[in-house]
Design a protein around this ligand. Structure first.
Ligand code: SF4
Length: 496
């Protein structure tokens, strides 16, 4: 997407960069069950490692103090992430905190949400916002900021001018359908600087797996779901790195680790393509031949699973443990409503196949605000029938920058970004809000991974007892009605 960024001599006064990962926003419940290595800052730190030392203040980890980190590290630049809509108020607070400490310390922001809704952080304490993938923009920005250069020379930026006005160098948006396998920009990315997250690794977890690692093998998506901001962020493109690079990266991760593949669409084989020529197939074979003992989690589409069953069987042999399948709904009308481009029978076929080859299922499903009781009944029955190991119920939330935002923005009961966490209905509910929330909580009571299954994994030596206990503690939040009191209050206020 980003090309022709002027890459100059990287002589810059900026020698120390503090990346800041904000603490989770208003998000509660399921989001608490995953805290993983943050790859974006690691790639950016890798891109400037020849000119600057980088550190990470991971504010998701209890006890990490931003002020202490700034005072100790004395950074020349703060690179703040705003990946989720719920991060907006927190990122704004962090920027204010930094400028109170040192008004001359530049604060730049990047990430998924802020690229698509930059005005959310057009505040005096933010100097610039990077749009989209920042691999090439970031080094150029470090150079210009450190040499009193001109930010208007850098494309894909929103920046404050001398008068405090935000200017844009972002070209007009254009959605392309480009699919790039073995993509040069992916292959030539600097390595992720894992030392950034290593100090926090003991505090990372993925469900009940401790000390997980993250890798990225592909970016973007060729589908066009209306609720999803991924394809908008990547301007419609889908890029996959060559399997050799992924294999080398995995080889550097300790054997026995749990590896979270962050791709929004992993091991995707194009409809016209033979899976045996794909990078995903070659990678699975290489992992098996190498005696890999790492286990993997990834996100895939049901139709890709059904079309390429041999590929997934091979990946099960290579260590694929669990797949997040974007099922969304068992209702063809609802699948059409979100432009999923798939069908309920395909979802069912994928679920049965995955269990037959021993791959666990994280089933991502949407709960719509206009649901009545019968829809909740059906969803419960569906999850129990297919024995979905790890059901995820996200309340339909039109995110800024998506097609759904344009469709529903006039119906929103709030624009407060803290509530856009998929656990608060931000659209009016058809059921009274108390009943809606009761039914929602009951979904998690009736459908979740069984305690026996978790204990069996402990006995099989796949996870530790401590990991399971910590997971269950966090999961219990989801079953607590008090977790949702803010949603009830929000709707009560909206109707008063
Ligand atoms: S939900 Fe998944 S398949 Fe749909 S556009 Fe987003 S990443 Fe692609």
């Amino acid at each position: 997407m980003i090309s022709a960024v002027p890459r100059r001599e990287l002589e810059s006064r900026i020698k120390r960069i503090l990346f800041v990962e904000p603490q989770s926003g208003y998000s509660t419940g399921f989001n608490d069950t995953v805290r993983v290595e943050t790859l974006g800052p690691e790639y950016l730190a890798g891109a400037v490692s020849d000119v600057a030392e980088s550190r990470l203040a991971d504010l998701r980890v209890p006890g990490v103090d931003l002020v202490a980190q700034i005072e100790e590290f004395q950074p020349d630049l703060i690179a703040l992430k705003c990946g989720y809509t719920t991060d907006v108020p927190i990122a704004a607070d962090i920027a204010r905190q930094v400028k109170r400490l040192d008004p001359r310390l530049p604060v730049i922001v990047g990430g998924h949400h802020i690229s698509l809704s930059p005005k959310d952080l057009f505040i005096p304490q933010v100097d610039a916002i990077v749009y989209g993938e920042a691999d090439e923009v970031f080094p150029a920005l470090v150079h210009e900021l450190g040499t009193d250069g001109k930010l208007d020379r850098i494309p894909y930026l929103y920046y404050q001018d001398a008068e405090g006005e935000f200017r844009s160098t972002v070209p007009p948006g254009k959605i392309s359908n480009l699919v790039l396998q073995n993509d040069r920009s992916m292959n030539e990315r600097p390595e992720a600087l894992r030392s950034l997250c290593d100090p926090y690794r003991d505090d990372y977890y993925f469900l009940y797996h401790m000390r997980p690692y993250s890798i990225e093998t592909a970016r973007g998506c060729r589908y066009r779901c209306s609720f999803c901001s991924v394809w908008q962020f990547h301007q419609g493109t889908y890029k996959v790195e060559g399997w050799e690079r992924t294999f080398e990266e995995i080889s550097r991760i300790p054997n026995g680790s749990y590896v979270n593949i962050v791709d929004d669409l992993a091991i995707q084989v194009m409809p016209h393509e033979d899976y045996r020529s794909s990078d995903a197939w070659k990678l699975a074979n290489a992992l098996i031949e190498s005696g890999n003992r790492r286990r993997f989690w990834m996100q895939c589409r049901a139709d890709n699973i059904v079309r390429n069953q041999n590929l997934y069987t091979r990946w099960a042999e290579a260590g694929l443990d669990m797949i997040l399948v974007g099922l969304e709904s068992d209702d063809p009308v609802e699948l059409k409503r979100v432009n999923k481009g798939s069908r309920p029978n395909v979802n069912g076929e994928a679920l049965e196949f995955l269990h037959s080859v021993g791959i666990k299922i994280w089933g991502a499903q949407i709960v719509f605000a206009d649901w009545g009781h019968e829809k909740f009944d059906h969803l419960t029955e569906y999850n129990q029938r297919f024995e979905i190991d790890c059901p995820q119920f996200t309340i339909h939330t039109p995110l800024p920058g998506t097609v759904d935002w344009e469709t529903y923005k006039d119906q929103l009961i709030t624009h407060d970004r803290r509530y856009f966490d998929f656990l608060h209905p931000v659209l009016p509910t058809t059921l009274p809000i108390h009943e809606f929330i009761e039914r929602y909580v009951q979904l998690y009571r009736d459908c979740h991974m069984s305690f026996q299954d978790l204990m069996k994994m402990v006995r099989d030596g796949l996870v530790t007892h401590a990991g399971v206990s910590a997971f269950l503690k966090k999961f219990r939040n989801l079953l607590e009605p008090s977790t949702y009191q803010s949603a009830i209050d929000l709707h009560t206020r909206a109707h008063s």
